[in-house]
Design a protein around this ligand. Structure first.
Ligand code: ZN
Length: 251
């Protein structure tokens, strides 16, 4: 079962990587199939398999020999592991919580990769995932897996954070896109996870920011914030209870 989940996760990551590459270039995400970024040769079925394809092709395009970035198999591997963790988190069940968290994970991953490549947040990606997450939330509500009060609480906190980050964006501390990503993330996480995800992304972003300032190689203005939101969000989805109970036991 875990192998199947890992395979599912790495396939999703492979597709999201393709989306991240194509969406900013306005290329269809469905057709044509995967091709080499340099020579455009179609990748054969055998080599298209995530992680394994990279290993058996020795990390090179079969046609032109150009190197395939190592980021591809690494991200596919990590995403595969995260899908296993999300499955464990949903009580080892293919239930709505699993689907909901998988969508949230995919959203945060895709928006972060695009942000890293282009320094931009794409509204159409936000809208598509918002609608899909809205459906899984409504279904969870129908099947009593969450309650309407949970949704109210999440909505209040997401509007609050959206407003705060919108003001930050006006002050040019963050991009406007970040406030929309935060809105979607906090709306579809529960209250504790939402707060924790913001705190974590600030802590992680802050630590990296200090290194960026010290290294003097990069400018802070050129540091995308979505990847930190993504890391904060994923840690919150997987470990919010552990972190909060650990914190409470220490005070
Ligand atoms: Zn090639």
């Amino acid at each position: 079962m875990f192998i199947l989940l890992f395979f599912l996760g790495s396939c999703i990551a492979s597709f999201l990587n393709l989306c991240a590459y194509r969406i900013p270039k306005n290329i269809s995400i469905l057709f044509p199939g995967s091709s080499c970024e340099r020579c455009n040769a179609k990748i054969e079925k055998l080599y298209i398999m995530p992680v394994i394809g990279y290993i058996i092709s020795f990390g090179k395009c079969k046609k032109c020999g150009s190197k395939i970035p190592i980021a591809y198999p690494i991200s596919e591997f990590l995403f595969g592991m995260m899908v296993i963790a999300v499955y464990a988190k949903s009580g080892l069940n293919f239930n709505l919580i699993f689907l909901h968290n998988l969508l949230l994970l995919s959203f945060l991953y895709l928006i972060s990769v695009i942000d890293l490549i282009t320094m931009e947040v794409y509204t159409n990606v936000i809208i598509v995932f918002f609608l899909m997450l809205l459906i899984t939330s409504c279904l969870q509500l129908c099947f009593d897996e969450i309650f309407i009060s949970d949704i109210y609480v999440s909505l209040i906190s997401s509007f609050f954070f959206f407003a705060v980050f919108y003001i930050f964006a006006k002050l040019k501390w963050f991009g406007y896109g970040d406030s929309f990503v935060i809105f979607v993330m906090v709306t579809f996480l529960n209250f504790n996870q939402g707060i924790l995800s913001i705190i974590l992304s600030f802590i992680i972003g802050g630590v990296v920011g200090i290194f960026v300032i010290l290294s003097k190689k990069f400018s802070l203005n050129k540091m995308p914030f979505c990847p930190f939101l993504c890391i904060g969000g994923i840690i919150s989805i997987l470990f919010s209870e552990n972190i909060i109970s650990f914190y409470l036991s220490k005070i």
